[in-house]
Design a protein around this ligand. Structure first.
Ligand SMILES: NC(=O)c1ccc[n+]([C@@H]2O[C@H](COP(=O)([O-])OP(=O)(O)OC[C@H]3O[C@@H](n4cnc5c(N)ncnc54)[C@H](O)[C@@H]3O)[C@@H](O)[C@H]2O)c1
Length: 402
C-alpha cells in the first residue's frame, strides 16, 4: 500500500492515478476539511479530466484520511516555498511530513519525496531526521513535472526522474510509477534528481525573462516584439518564448530562487531573470497609466483586470501576476482595480466580479492578464472597450500590448 502525504495540486492527482491503475492507495492530508470534501466524493480543485480520474480511483478503493498509515511506501507531496529574505528553500513542510511518517513507518520502508527541493535538501534536512529516528529506511526523490491545466495527460505521458541511494530502491520506485507512467523513467542519484527539477524550472524562468526584457526594449523604441519573436523563431536554432505580465504559480516563480539562495555568488543570470519577471506587474501598471493618459482617462475605477489566476484555464492563483500587481498598487495606497476571473468562485480580492457582463459594464479599459478560453471565445464582447492585452490573445483592432 502507498500512503500519499499531501493531497494538493500534485499529491491528489498522483494518489488518484496510482489507485486508478490498481495500486492500493491511502491519501493523507492534515487539512481536515479538504479530507472531508474528498471523502464526500468531491474533488478540491478544477482540472481537466480530474473528476473522471477521481471516480475511477474511488471505484478502485482509494481512501482519504488525516491519519498517517503503517505501510512500506510513502510519497510526500507538500509545499516547498522559499524564504523571501534568504531566498533559500523553506524545507519545513517536508521535514514535518517526514517526521509524521517516521512516527508510524516500519523499518525498511521507503520515503519518496515528490515535492520540488533544492539540491542537497534530502541530505541536509530529510536524512538527519530519519537518522535521528534510528529507523532503517530508504530515501527517494521523485520530482513531479506536470503542468496545471493538463495534469492528467502529463502524469500519464511525461518522462520522470527517480533519485535514489541505490539501484534496487530506485528500480522499486520506478516500477511503482510505471504502473501508470508511459514515459521513460530515468533512475539516478538523489542530488542529480533534485538539481534536474530545479534546472528545468529555472530554464523556463530565464527564457521567460529574456522575452520580458525584449518586450521592454521593443516598447522603449516602438518595435513590435511579437512580430520580432515570430520572425526570429523561423530561425532553425532559435525559440524565443512569449512575454507576459509576470510569472506566478508554485514552480517557476519559486524554484529558481533556491539556486540564488544557495549560490548567491554564482547564480547571477538566474537572479537577474527572477528580478525581471518579478518586475513585470509593475511594468503593466506603468503601461496602464500610459494607456489611460493616451485615451484621456482619469477615473481608475473604470479600469478592470481580466484574470486572477497565474495561467489560463486553471483555478490556481498562487503568486499570480494579477495578485502581484494589486499588491504593488496597495503599496502605493491606490484604489484597487476591478477584477474578474471565471475560474475563481471565492472572493479573493476587493472589487472582484463573478459575472463577465457586469464586469464589462463597469469598466472602459480592460487589461487581459490571463488568456482564459472564455475571453478568447468571446473577444467580440470587448468591442468598443480600450483593450490592453498582456498575453497577445486578442485579434481586435487597436489593442494595446506590453
Ligand atoms: N502545483 C504545481 O504545478 C507543481 C508542479 C510540479 C511540482 N510541484 C511541487 O509539488 C509540491 C506540492 O505542491 P502543490 O502545488 O501540490 O501544493 P499544495 O499546497 O496544493 O498541496 C500541499 C498539500 O499538502 C498538505 N500538507 C502539508 N504538510 C502536510 C503534512 N505534514 N501532512 C499532511 N499533509 C500536509 C497541505 O494541507 C496541502 O493540501 C511542491 O514542492 C511543488 O513545488 C508543484
Amino acid at each position: 500500500m502507498v500512503n500519499v502525504i499531501g493531497l494538493g495540486y500534485i499529491g491528489l492527482p498522483t494518489a488518484l492515478m496510482l489507485a486508478a491503475h490498481g495500486v492500493e492507495v491511502v491519501g493523507t492530508d492534515y487539512n481536515a476539511s479538504l479530507v472531508e470534501t474528498l471523502c464526500a466524493g468531491k474533488t478540491t480543485f478544477q482540472e481537466k479530466g480530474l473528476d473522471e480520474l477521481f471516480a475511477e480511483a474511488v471505484k478502485k478503493g482509494v481512501r482519504f484520511t488525516t491519519e498517517y498509515q503503517v505501510t512500506d511506501t510513502y510519497i510526500i507531496s507538500v509545499p516547498t516555498p522559499y524564504d523571501k529574505f534568504s531566498k533559500k528553500i523553506d524545507a519545513g513542510f517536508v521535514v514535518r511530513a517526514a517526521e509524521a511518517v517516521l512516527k508510524v513507518c516500519p523499518d525498511g520502508a521507503t520515503i519518496v519525496v515528490e515535492s520540488t527541493v533544492s539540491p542537497g535538501t534530502m541530505d541536509k534536512f530529510v536524512r538527519p531526521v530519519v537518522e535521528k529516528s534510528g529507523k532503517k529506511l530508504h530515501l527517494v526523490h521523485a520530482p513531479e513535472r506536470i503542468i496545471p491545466g493538463n495534469m492528467v495527460y502529463e502524469l500519464l505521458h511525461n518522462n520522470r526522474t527517480i533519485g535514489a541511494d541505490d539501484r534496487a530502491t530506485g528500480e522499486k520506485i520506478q516500477k511503482l510509477y510505471s504502473s501508470f507512467c508511459q514515459g521513460e523513467i530515468v533512475v539516478t542519484d538523489i542530488r542529480t534528481a533534485e538539481m534536474t527539477k530545479v534546472v528545468e524550472n529555472t530554464f523556463r524562468a530565464v527564457n521567460i525573462a529574456f522575452a520580458n526584457e525584449l518586450a521592454k526594449i521593443c516598447r522603449h523604441d516602438g518595435m513590435d516584439v511579437y512580430e520580432i519573436i515570430r520572425i526570429c523563431n523561423m530561425h532553425p536554432r532559435v525559440n524565443v518564448l512569449q512575454p507576459g505580465p509576470g510569472v506566478g504559480g508554485h514552480c517557476i516563480s519559486v524554484d529558481p530562487w533556491f539556486l540564488v539562495g544557495d549560490y548567491p555568488e554564482l547564480a547571477n543570470v538566474i537572479r537577474e531573470s527572477m528580478k525581471t519577471n518579478d518586475a513585470m506587474p509593475a511594468f503593466v501598471l506603468e503601461r496602464i497609466d500610459e494607456i489611460m493618459r493616451q485615451n484621456g482617462m482619469t477615473d481608475i475605477s473604470r479600469v478592470g483586470l481580466y484574470g486572477l489566476t497565474y495561467k489560463e484555464n486553471v483555478d490556481d492563483c498562487r503568486e499570480s501576476p494579477t495578485l502581484q500587481l494589486l499588491e504593488c498598487q496597495r503599496k502605493h495606497l491606490a484604489q484597487p482595480l476591478k477584477v474578474y476571473d471565471p475560474w475563481v468562485q471565492c472572493d479573493l480580492v476587493p472589487n472582484q466580479y463573478h459575472d463577465l457582463d457586469k464586469f464589462l459594464a463597469d469598466v472602459d479599459l480592460v487589461v487581459i492578464m490571463v488568456g482564459h478560453s472564455e475571453i478568447r471565445e468571446q473577444m467580440q464582447k470587448l468591442n468598443g472597450k480600450i483593450v490592453f492585452d498582456t498575453r497577445n490573445v486578442s485579434d481586435l483592432p487597436g489593442v494595446y500590448h506590453l
